[in-house]
Design a protein around this ligand. Structure first.
Ligand SMILES: CC(=O)N[C@H]1[C@@H](OP(=O)(O)OP(=O)(O)OC[C@H]2O[C@@H](n3ccc(=O)[nH]c3=O)[C@H](O)[C@@H]2O)O[C@H](CO)[C@@H](O)[C@@H]1O
Ligand SMILES: C=C(OP(=O)(O)O)C(=O)O
Length: 428
């Protein structure tokens, strides 16, 4: 077990290169199942979830080789396994994204139900409902989704009750090899959905209007190989920008795309930051202590839930009072008790956190509960007086590439350390 040890009080300053997006890389890697020839994927972030995705492909009998620091060749093949086991799916919810590709390509798939997780129940009923409408027979038994189809799936008109990112992605992938046209209405408009559609179209799929709420997929008979570069990570970008503002610093994020971050940049400006942007960079200059802002999370293009925890940390040390309303996940305030341990004044009322900014936070031992909660604790630790020890950082390693090195190069005093024996014993 490892922890991050942070000595707070340093302003972040300098330039940081943004990695490829986790939430685009995962569906793209798993979507490579659909291809019948080799696929080369570039700008893949070095993350635990990426390792898990490749391990999942490996277990299915689909090998890969690393071609460079961030690029991989997936040796896709016609014949392979179609079971995604619990041991892997339980560690990464995105594993459910093998369901659509396996079913449409092989006519059969068995995928462990991902189960609940810290931020909410996160059911996959919409994925299952959509595949059934496309002609699949699906039973859920022994903890697995067992899906079969008699011949090809057939195109259908799918109306999603709720906007779901991976639901849209799973159904979009299933529809690429279905017979006829599939229309997904009330589809997710997240940039990662567009990136997946672009990737699949590079392999010969015919997906239209991704990025709008009505996606049209014209089924084709097969997908060939190809080469694709994953989009930059907008959430990693946003996290570094919040960290820069919280520490009253001056940071330029390069290798990113400001067009995907409108809602976040708007709130950073409202919080008092001066923002400049270019084609593929964003620079944030703090103008002093941040002002607390009000935030309501909602599907893209509104404010992303994956940036909520970081803004909760920012509001904690800002001037004034701001509320954070979480409308996507029912249990995404696990960082609040930990921030309180550092001196934050946050009241929770249902799905709303009301933050009254304090003059100073103090270092403490805190515990990560999920990926973005971890990021908020790291930000708070960099602002706090004294030493903060962030435990259970396996959560942060799921989604941030070399976070301590990137922050260290910007001037943070942060290091990864092994937990000692007595600390290990306390782990639940
Ligand atoms: C790997 C990946 O891309 N993860 C992202 C994805 O997660 P993920 O795709 O799992 O999140 P969804 O967009 O599906 O979830 C949105 C809401 O829909 C509900 N729901 C979803 C599916 C379903 O079948 N039934 C149902 O009720 C969920 O419980 C949640 O309340 O989008 C989330 C919302 O932007 C982000 O926080 C995650 O980082
Ligand atoms: C919730 C997230 O990821 P996942 O859907 O993989 O759990 C996230 O990236 O913040």
């Amino acid at each position: 077990m490892e922890k991050l040890v942070i000595r707070g009080g340093h302003r972040l300053s300098g330039e940081v290169a943004i990695s490829g997006a986790k939430n685009a890389a995962l569906p793209i890697i798993l979507g490579a199942i659909l291809a019948e020839d080799d696929v080369i994927i570039e700008n893949v972030p070095r993350l635990q979830d990426v390792e898990t995705s490749f391990e999942l492909l490996h277990q299915l009998g689909i090998p890969h080789t690393r071609e460079g620091e961030h690029s991989y060749r997936i040796r896709a093949c016609r014949e392979h396994g179609c079971v995604a086991p619990y041991e892997l799916v339980k560690t990464m919810r995105a594993s459910v994204l093998v369901l659509g590709p396996l079913l449409t390509k092989c006519g059969h798939a068995e995928v462990s139900l991902p189960g609940g997780c810290a931020i909410g129940a996160r059911p996959v009923d919409l994925h299952i409902q959509g595949l059934r409408q496309m002609g699949a027979t699906i039973v859920v038994e022994n903890g697995y989704i067992k899906a079969t189809t008699n011949g090809r799936l057939t195109g259908a008109h799918l109306l999603m009750d709720t906007v779901s990112v991976t639901g849209t992605e799973n159904l979009m992938m299933a529809a690429t090899l279905a017979e006829g046209v599939t229309v997904i209405e009330n589809a997710a408009r997240e940039p990662e959905v567009i990136d997946l559609a672009r990737f699949l179209n590079t392999l010969g799929a015919d997906i239209r209007n991704a990025g709008t709420d009505t996606i049209e997929i014209h089924g084709v008979e097969r997908l060939h190989g190809g080469r694709y570069k994953v989009m930059p990570d907008r959430i990693e970008t946003g996290t570094f920008l919040v960290a820069a503002l919280a520490t009253q610093g001056h940071v330029r994020c390069t290798d990113t795309d400001p067009r995907m971050l409108d809602a976040v940049l708007k709130k950073l400006t409202e919080a008092g930051a001066q923002i400049e942007r270019g084609e593929n960079w964003i620079e944030l200059r703090s103008q002093g202590r941040a002002k607390a802002v009000n935030i309501v999370t909602a599907p893209h293009p509104a404010f992303p839930t994956d940036m909520q925890a970081q803004f909760t940390a920012l509001n904690s040390i800002a001037s004034g009072t701001g509320f954070i309303r979480e409308t996507i996940f029912e249990n995404r305030f696990m960082h609040v008790p930990e921030l309180r341990r550092m001196g934050a004044e946050i009241d929770l009322e249902g799905n709303t956190a009301i933050c009254t900014g304090v003059d100073r936070l103090t270092g403490a031992q805190v515990m990560c509960t999920d990926l973005r909660a971890s990021a908020s604790l790291v930000i708070a630790g960099m602002v706090a007086e004294g030493v903060t020890e962030v435990e259970r950082i396996y959560h942060i390693d799921r989604g941030y590439e070399e976070i301590e090195h990137k922050l260290g190069r910007l001037g943070a005093d942060i290091e990864r350390a092994k937990m000692d024996k007595s600390e290990k014993d306390e782990e639940i």
